[in-house]
Design a protein around this ligand. Sequence first.
Ligand SMILES: Cc1cc2nc3c(=O)[nH]c(=O)nc-3n(C[C@H](O)[C@H](O)[C@H](O)COP(=O)(O)OP(=O)(O)OC[C@H]3O[C@@H](n4cnc5c(N)ncnc54)[C@H](O)[C@@H]3O)c2cc1C
Length: 842
Amino acid sequence: MPEAYQWPTSARAVVIGAGIVGNSLAYHLARLGWSDLVLLDKGPLPNPGGSTGHASNFIFPVDHSKEMTQLTLESVRQYRDAGVFTQSGGIEVARTEERMQELQRRMASAKAWGIDDVSLLTPAQVKELVPFIEESVILGGFYTPSVGIVDSLRFGTIARERAQEQGALSVFANTEVLGIDVENRRVKRIRTSRGDIETETVVVCCGVWSPKIARMAGASIPLTPAVHQMIDVGPVPHFRDTKGVIEFPIVRDMDTNMYERQDGSGLEIGSYAHRPILHDPEEIPSNEEAALSPTELPFTEKDFQQQMEDALELIPDVLNDESVGIKYAINGLLSLTADGLPLLGETPEVKGLWSAAAVWVKEGPGVGKSVAEWMGHGESEIDLQSSDIARFYEHQKSRTHVRSRAAEGFNKTYGIVHPAEQWESNRNVRLSPFHARERELGAVFFEAAGWERPHWYESNAKLLDEFGDRVARREAEWDARWWSPIINAEHLAMRERAAIFDLSAFCIFDVTGPGALDAVQRVSMRQMAVADGKVVYTPVLSASGTFKSDLTVMKLGDERFRVVTGGAHGMADLKWYADHLPDDGSAQITDLTSAWTTLGLWGPRARDILGSLTADDVSHEAFPFASCRTIELDSLRVLASRISYVGELGWELYVPIEQGSRLWDLVWETGEPHGLVPAGIGVYGTTGRLEKCYRAFGFELDADYDVVEAGMAWGRVKTPGFVGKNAHVTHRDQDPVAVLCALTVDDHSSRDGTKRYMLGREPVLSKRGGPLVDAHGRRSYVTSAGAGPSIGKHILMSYLPPENANVGEELLVEYLGEQYPVTVATNDSTPVFDPENTRVRS
Ligand SMILES: Cc1cc2nc3c(=O)[nH]c(=O)nc-3n(C[C@H](O)[C@H](O)[C@H](O)COP(=O)(O)OP(=O)(O)OC[C@H]3O[C@@H](n4cnc5c(N)ncnc54)[C@H](O)[C@@H]3O)c2cc1C
């Protein structure tokens, strides 16, 4: 390889950090045709002293997240191709019954994401594969033969060399980035210990240092360096005759938050069980100061004491042997984020400043490929929506938030995390103007985008008597965790009378100016050239015609469109819209999320309630579905929008945030005689939505499926161009490869007679129990699950291969190790409740 490059004064892109991520990314940019690339690291090569240099380097592919599994599988493919992957197998062992159930869940996730070669083992079977384990301590294990270890440093070298051989990349070790100059919110140049480089594109692949680098540009990469303790013991007599670096499966002792993995004649023992030990990037020693390397901090023995005892219990044969000593022990540093997910994509603060941080070795090459695709084509083959760095609201970037969530999440690294589990730390940051009223009504708050949102109201417990047997209870604790039958009762009260909903978590922004129509037209699939006062629900597509988002747009005037989108993805949507504004400055975006609040009012009595509060005409003729206008409610001027995500007559009512509590009181006092109830997001987001088969972004709608497959290609394609149009037109000309269907569960009885209720993400199987795979290799799984109280059935949504997408087709769904019969109820966008949509149009 060329030893000495000439220092470049300019570059097409500069990648900072030569760990697994930076090396992978530089290679993939080169592979995609980028040239004039520069890769810098402050440390020496091939091991510059980052986390990659001391990773245990093992990879377990199964994860409950589809996105993380896809990134891992892609990484394994690349590691295998590069010849640096050694398959060892891996076993996640259970010490508790609860963990055994979790292992069943992992079996289901494996099947849902297409990893078939997995099985549950008895303790004796575990012992056969891992002879040094004490099998009396465990109840069983989850075996994944495709687990393996990699040489991540070697992979990095191979990746760099490939890009260098192409003539696309110059590499500079021992070169520290000291500053990033930004002009007009765009990257202009970087300053390094060797000199400056003019560039418009910088990718921060700096692992635990990333926040510090982002700050140089006035941006934020919200992660915290955190300690993960690891020791290496040996030489282990058991391993004396083994030839390779690893011959025994890696053991993850899930209930103690630890792992044990053979490393030649030694055994590495790692722990996520100790107290969270968080650092700041500024505290990390330099390469010169560090005793070992900057990310191998001195071992704090006290934090490992309990873990040593736990390890002794599981592998006494190895650890009780007096000849086995501790060879190496570190407080290794890795990156933790507030929600446990990576930080990928262009930062919302600075154009041209990209982040590829909080990534593990197991995802590195997959992330490198995906971020390079995103940089090159505007989107990646693997959907990165959960990892998008644009997802955070301001408070979520704060040091306090990141550290409190990271500390809370650390001991859950191998935890049993319920799909609806709520965070405990740093709550009550965003409170809606209805909050005090909601508290009085016994709201049980879940968090969304930092907002406290009622999920159900304890004061509605009385509705359980009213609706009696129509409210399905859940017998199994897991199914009923983070859930209440009150949700179903609130739902029925809404369908029979009316309910109000706190929708303050909506993200709201206005697109204004002479170029506003062009701006919204360009990113919306549906026609935006509509009359003032129209409300349009539209998919937002990527260039490949799959989902970037779905949201509603209100046309408020000639040069004003109000975009309303879900809180969770709102900030990423805001960035997408901002990125597509016309270059001539003829349109602007104003974020109004914290200026306006929203109260939902829906149900057959909604018009009676609203009508008695206003002199304005709210009849169907005067105020039709999908329209909005300002009406007066007492002294409030309220923007009312007649749409519904729960399939009922009613309105979203928008007022300036300081007038929210007045609005609540008006609607509440007027509504009570009509039997109005407060209802939570359990109804809004699940039961009400699912009965109407409304799709949700991040569940049914993602980059893996297109509009036709999602059953949303109704109407004509508009004439003006929009992002994704060509692909969308092509999709409409083709037969869909999968069809989004609603299924209902026919029998909930498990083997022991307990009735079980799926929660989502379970594999959908043929009647004979085999996986359903479409022509693109995608597995059928439950995208959303929830009760349909009005139809008395549990509803599941799933994409099915066309040959299975027949109404009445009988299939199976696997839930916690058992299979339950389900039937396809609808195979287009027809709802399972009120199929003619008479209610919303009444
Ligand atoms: C003990 C331990 C065991 C682990 N085991 C595993 C495992 O088994 N499997 C797994 O998947 N993951 C594992 N991990 C996690 C994994 O090591 C990291 O997530 C991963 O290596 C991060 O890679 P990276 O490229 O993002 O960062 P790094 O490897 O840290 O690379 C970042 C680079 O940025 C450079 N840099 C920083 N600042 C500057 C600057 N100003 N100028 C120039 N260069 C700069 C640094 O020198 C560094 O080389 C483990 C972590 C620890 C601590």
